[in-house]
Write a protein that binds this ligand. Structure first.
Ligand SMILES: [Zn+2]
Length: 473
């Protein structure tokens, strides 16, 4: 039998672009055709200014029609969409083209939604307007206009990504940043779960949970991708506190705005007493606490499993587990006015109920306490923290309590009477649509749910849409 030579990179590109036929070996055994092959996309792994990582192929393992579009996500760019898929069903285009921006944006929104749907056992995650049988998708606008901004709008059922030219630099397309697209999609996912959290009538901490969820979504999306996890472990030598591309979110966007450490820095040490009551500053305290918990659980599991698993595999699994715990805790938290301590209590309660090692709860409780969010389990002297034995699954400081209290119940970030200052947040948090009276929320969701929609290529997606209408009662 003739051996098949591996393809050189240039040939591979030609094959992927559909210009060259793939040489196939003879198959002595018939191979069953897959029912649904999915589509290939080329995505920016991090945003284009981060040196170590470039573009790569990604498989979206579900039906995507021209647009790109599927039952949950549509793409809109005047003069470009619908982008036509290749004969093999793929969306592969040269960098720096409007088609590539459409493909990248769709793929990252899809990957973010899939991340959370997998954590919920595969069930569809509704957008906020998917009530009463409504199955309208969210529409992503990769080049929505010129301004340094990006946002999720419930009223427009849209994710909008803008572009701009910083002084003395070349044009920045926010849609090319995996972090920014994931962050805004995180707002949309959370709004579907908790439509009462975006309103301005909530305490500042509720707004901060929204902003933190966006940043954490970007981190967890990166940590759900095999190649990124392996690169991350190699670059940082498996030290989650090493300065790296992951904890400096939105690199290019941040650099363009003149913030050297990136727009948002998850690996921070900020405590509640060290930030103002501005919502983005508050969000960094929560994001930082979750990032520290991730680092602690990872350190613990590396000791537990280091001899039987690759460090990258351990990180992938730890991140998935923590992301699921956070998602379930947020689902369990109050429908309005939720605080950091509410989410901490829910995380501890779920962790105990699902039988995690007590050490997990020690990490969770301690990290929220160090940030001055909740009352500590024991006085947090340097020795109490420094003497923690990361390898001990039964590590408990004080008692294994699941109900934790706010360290300062009178903190201004907990008061719904204090107006939310969202001046440091992304575009979503600045939209006037979220400052309407909270009692109008239900009526607004009903109205959005009743709006109809014309679906192109309807027959291809009809089955999936009918199922969604049944699921979104
Ligand atoms: Zn945001």
């Amino acid at each position: 039998m003739a051996a098949i030579e591996p393809l050189a990179p240039a040939e591979l590109v030609e094959v992927l672009m559909g210009r060259r036929a793939v040489p196939l070996p003879p198959h002595p055994i018939p191979i069953p055709l897959p029912l649904l092959g999915g589509s290939r996309f080329v995505i920016w792994k991090q945003d284009p200014s981060v040196g170590e990582l470039g573009r790569r192929l990604a498989l979206i393992p579900s039906l995507v029609v021209n647009g790109p579009r599927d039952p949950r996500i549509d793409t809109n760019l005047a003069g470009t969409t619908p982008v036509t898929r290749s004969a093999t069903g793929d969306f592969i285009f040269p960098a720096d083209t409007p088609e590539a921006d459409c493909a990248h944006t769709f793929a990252v929104v899809r990957e973010t939604l899939t991340l959370y749907e997998r954590l919920r056992g595969g069930s569809a995650m509704p957008w906020a307007w998917n009530i009463g049988g409504n199955a309208d998708p969210v529409t992503a606008y990769p080049r929505a206009g010129v301004t340094p901004n990006a946002y999720y709008s419930r009223n427009q059922k849209a994710l909008k990504f803008f572009y701009f030219t910083p002084p003395g630099a070349s044009q920045v397309y926010t849609c090319r940043s995996l972090d920014i697209v994931a962050h805004e999609t995180g707002h949309a996912v959370l709004d579907g779960l908790k439509p009462g959290w975006l309103g301005m009538g909530n305490p500042p901490q509720t707004g901060a949970l929204h902003e933190a969820f966006g940043d954490l979504t970007a981190i967890f999306l990166a940590l759900s991708q095999l190649d990124q996890v392996e690169a991350f472990v190699a670059i940082t030598k498996a030290n989650l506190h090493a300065k790296n591309y992951l904890s400096a979110l939105a690199e290019q966007f941040g650099a363009a705005l003149g913030r050297s450490a990136g727009l948002r820095n998850a690996d921070n040490d900020l405590k509640l007493s060290q930030v103002s009551n501005e919502v983005h500053e508050l969000s960094q305290v929560f994001t930082g606490a979750i990032y520290d918990i991730l680092a602690d659980i990872y350190a613990h599991e590396r000791i537990q499993q280091g001899k039987v698993k690759d460090p990258a595999q351990i990180l992938l699994e730890v991140a998935q587990k923590l992301c699921r715990l956070l998602l379930e805790a947020i689902t369990k938290a109050p429908a309005t006015g939720a605080t950091f301590a509410d989410v901490a209590t829910a995380m501890l309660t779920i962790s105990k109920a699902q039988g995690d090692p007590p050490a997990y709860r020690t990490f969770i409780h301690t990290r929220f306490a160090v940030r001055e969010i909740v009352v500590p389990p024991v006085p947090l002297t340097a020795s109490a923290i420094g003497q923690m034995d990361y390898g001990d699954p039964h590590l408990v400081l004080g008692a294994d309590e699941v109900k934790v209290q706010a360290a300062d119940p009178n903190h201004p970030s907990l008061s719904a009477k204090v107006p939310q200052d969202r001046s440091g947040c992304c575009g979503t948090m600045q939209l006037p649509e979220y400052s309407r009276a909270p009692e109008k929320l239900q009526a607004e969701l009903q109205r959005l749910g009743k709006e109809g929609e014309v679906i192109p290529e309807e027959e291809l997606l009809a089955g999936a849409v009918a199922e969604l209408r049944k699921a979104f009662k």
